[in-house]
Design a protein around this ligand. Structure first.
Ligand SMILES: NC(=O)c1ccc[n+]([C@@H]2O[C@H](COP(=O)([O-])OP(=O)(O)OC[C@H]3O[C@@H](n4cnc5c(N)ncnc54)[C@H](O)[C@@H]3O)[C@@H](O)[C@H]2O)c1
Length: 454
């Protein structure tokens, strides 16, 4: 009998960015954790003690937890759920073609758990769901006559810093009516707080407490807190982008503008970075999900529709700007540097870098793309004839111009002289506004940002 047999047991449903990170970290806090993943390929990789996606610090934490027997990856509800007092649902909630949330996995995970859960099991929803979903699942449990408690515990981790964010959180939000169930979930985060410096050491991620706020709310409020948080950040980005386009026309610099606007404590500088817009598995779908929720309740969230429309036009704006600088794109060879939706991850869901590469291709350019982590993930989303290469050098050699589409430090630190040596037109379009513009111009490049120049 392994030492983990006597521990409190948790089951985590879904081994994606959220589920795998949460499960691996909980397994270092004195819990025995089953991690259910139906995707065989993903499950096989995790069983070998590693992640199937790139995330800083995650692999060593998974490896140790698997070796100790405290993290048990499985595809079986029957082997795990009946032994668990708490079940975290971390399944995917992609968007439907109409922008609403696809809750197929959310409901099937709840139904499957209800078949096997023991009396009093606390079911914790970590997946991002539209407001009102929890109440429906509570009804589902009642209809099946299972004695389970339901709470919402929305997830705020950011890909790229998922381990750090989970250990050193701004806030833990737990929504539900049953105090015992809410407290049981809070207890897990107290344990995480106790063990976090030790885990951070294993993961080699930064340490340092942030907010550490514990917030108990009603169920519907917790659901709305999650989507409202992401919607507000998306709003800030789209606001900065709309000002960037005005700055381009008016001869102002959006970086200078937002530095000063953000210096006002009431506003704050974070997420006022203009550029090619937001992407990823969360912001686009959380914004469209919120718009759909509004419509369901008869509320027109025009402010979010505007933020969404602004974001959708940004990759095209970048391509147009490049065309203005280098002339007709037909037959021009353009390097796209960065395909991940942001630095620090291999995630390419709704990635602006991929959109830019494809739009350039549609405009007739010969596109060569490079990403330090996401080449493989991006392959199926790129148009067939977008070429992928393994180094920045390969991408820019013989290219007419280059677009920086993801803020990877390798790309931001790439020497301006080398860009200048290789790019025929000497045009460098920095679609993340983070390359050193002075270095670029000193090296003889024409530096173009989004609402930003030298
Ligand atoms: N990725 C993020 O940065 C992030 C941050 C905060 C919140 N969220 C939210 O968390 C949820 C999960 O996101 P993700 O990025 O980890 O998703 P993901 O798509 O990467 O992973 C979800 C996993 O759930 C598995 N799954 C599907 N049905 C299942 C079932 N019935 N039982 C068990 N597993 C099942 C899938 O095979 C998949 O591996 C989403 O609602 C997302 O919006 C994500």
């Amino acid at each position: 009998m392994s030492s983990s047999e006597n521990k409190n047991t948790i089951t985590v449903l879904g081994a994606g960015y959220v589920g795998l990170t949460s499960a691996a970290l909980f397994a270092h806090c004195g819990y025995k954790v089953y991690l259910i993943e139906p995707n065989k390929e993903r499950l096989d990789v995790i069983k070998q003690g590693k992640s199937f996606f790139y995330e800083e610090g995650l692999d060593p934490v998974i490896k140790l937890a698997i070796d100790s027997g405290d993290l048990i990856p499985t595809n079986s509800y029957v082997d795990s759920v009946p032994h668990s007092s708490i079940v975290f649902s971390c399944v995917g909630t992609p968007d439907n073609p109409d922008g609403s949330s696809n809750l197929t996995y959310v409901y099937s995970a709840a139904e499957e758990t209800a078949k096997h859960a023991k009396k009093g099991t606390v079911y914790v929803q970590k997946s991002t769901v539209p407001v009102g979903t929890g109440a429906k699942i509570v009804d589902l449990f009642k209809g099946k006559k299972v004695d389970m408690q339901y709470v919402s515990n929305p997830e705020f981790l950011r890909e790229g810093t998922a381990v750090y964010d989970t250990l050193y959180f701004d806030r833990v939000v737990v929504g539900g009516d049953n105090k015992v169930a809410v407290d049981a979930v809070m207890d897990i985060y107290f344990a995480l707080e106790r063990f976090r410096d030790h885990i951070a050491h294993i993961a080699r991620v930064p340490t340092g407490a942030r907010g550490d706020k514990y917030i108990a709310t009603g169920l519907n409020s917790a659901e709305l807190i999650k989507v409202s948080s992401n919607a507000f950040l998306a709003l800030k980005i789209s606001f900065a982008n709309s000002i960037a386009i005005l700055a381009d026309k008016a001869g102002a610099d959006v970086v200078e503008v937002m530095d000063a606007v953000g210096a006002d404590n009431r506003i704050g500088r974070a997420f006022l970075n203009a550029g090619r817009g937001y992407g990823g598995g969360c912001f686009p779908k959380d914004v469209s999900g919120l718009i759909s929720s509004g419509l369901e309740y008869g509320v027109d969230l025009e402010i979010m529709q505007a933020a969404q429309a602004q974001n959708q036009l940004m990759p095209g704006y970048v391509v147009d700007k490049l065309q203005d600088a280098v002339g007709q794109l037909t037959g021009k060879r353009i390097a796209v540097l960065g395909l991940a939706f942001k630095a620090g991850t291999s995630d390419v869901r709704k990635s602006p870098g991929v959109a830019i590469a494809n739009k350039l291709k549609e405009a007739g350019a010969d596109v060569i793309s490079y990403d330090p982590q996401a080449n493989e993930e991006a392959a199926s989303d790129l148009h067939d004839d977008v070429k992928q290469v393994e180094t920045i050098d390969e991408a820019i050699k013989g290219a007419d111009a280059a677009v920086i589409a993801t803020e990877w430090s390798e790309i931001l630190k790439y020497p301006a002289e080398s860009f200048a040596q290789h790019l025929k037109t000497k045009v460098l379009l920095d679609a993340v506004n983070q390359y050193n513009a002075i270095d670029a111009t000193t090296a003889g490049l024409t530096y173009l940002g989004v609402g930003h120049s030298v």
